[in-house]
Design a protein around this ligand. Structure first.
Ligand code: SAM
Length: 282
């Protein structure tokens, strides 16, 4: 059993011991990238809430500490609000692919300049419908080399399914796929498309976290590392970023092995099932 920092909470053993050796240090504080991003986000128009920003920063910081690197992709960029945070984490040699069928180049350039990306990061923009990506050489050139993909384009079920097929070609073995407006009342078809895709293609992606309007997926052979992170580090990482949240894991792994995150619930930073709320199994 590994003990979390929160009192009276225990976590089940990780399903794979490599989860505990992946990390360099505990990383319980907020990253310096986070405070830098908070200084610029107010000046960029878009849709990227405080809770989602804190979850992204926690996961991207985990990737940095775990030395998970690679290219990044966003489908649906608007003015570059979420792309700017991706840009801040991109490392020299990484490509950041930005795809939008109505690319607002000047606004995006301004957001990326404010992000002050590392030298050697290559930004590649594609002004096209994401359905055209399937025949783009970019997919061949960066096949399975992306460690962060954000799908935030057309919110139809058909488009989300298409974008997940593209993501399956691009996501690296240790990467994260983020999908916007999961569990949004306004776009129930997004939720249906994501759950249907995962059910029909269980070897492509496994959902490990949802909340603050986003779904987070990883490869089935790596997802235990992200599940371990959710249990052992995410509650404290969010608190360090000033977010009063609850990370929940409210049923048995065999039923659904997915964490949820949202505003603080019943005073707990980490919560198990209704019938045993101090025990988190994953
Ligand atoms: C909700 S906005 C993206 C928000 C952005 N990620 C942010 O940080 O604010 C959706 C974007 O997707 C683009 N879009 C919609 N349908 C698309 C499609 N089929 N292919 C590519 N881009 C699309 C729109 O032009 C718009 O810029």
């Amino acid at each position: 059993m590994s003990q979390t920092q929160a009192p009276n909470l225990t976590t089940a053993p990780a399903q794979n011991a490599s989860a505990t050796t992946l990390m360099q240090g505990t990383g319980n504080g907020a990253s310096s990238v986070y405070s830098s991003y908070l200084k610029i986000t107010g000046g960029i128009e878009g849709w990227f809430g405080d809770g989602a920003i804190a979850v992204w920063d926690s996961l991207l910081d985990f990737q940095r500490r775990a030395k998970i690197t690679g290219h990044m992709l966003e489908i649906g960029v608007h003015h570059g609000k979420s792309a700017a945070l991706m840009a801040m984490y991109a490392q020299p040699g990484n490509k950041v692919l930005l795809v939008d069928y109505a690319l607002k180049a000047a606004k995006i350039e301004r957001a990326l300049a404010a992000a002050q990306p590392a030298p050697g990061v290559e930004f590649v923009t594609a002004e096209c419908d994401s359905r055209e990506l399937g025949v783009s050489p970019l997919v061949v050139q960066t096949y399975r080399q992306h460690r962060w993909i954000h799908i935030d384009g057309e919110h139809s079920a058909g488009a989300v399914t298409n974008d997940m097929r593209i993501a399956n070609q691009l996501l690296a073995s240790d990467g994260v796929l983020v999908i916007d407006d999961f569990f949004s009342w306004l776009y129930p078809q997004v939720t249906e498309a994501v759950l249907r895709y995962v059910r029909q293609n269980p070897d492509d992606f496994a959902l490990f976290l949802c909340g603050f309007n986003k779904a987070y997926l990883a490869r089935p052979h790596f997802v235990h590392n992200y599940l371990q992170f959710c249990a052992a580090e995410l509650p404290e990482a969010l608190a360090a970023r000033g977010q009063e949240t609850t990370v929940g894991k409210t049923t048995y792994p065999a039923e659904m092995n997915v964490f949820g995150v949202g505003p603080r619930f019943q005073g707990k930073a980490l919560r198990g099932p209704d019938w045993e709320d101090n025990l988190v199994r994953f």
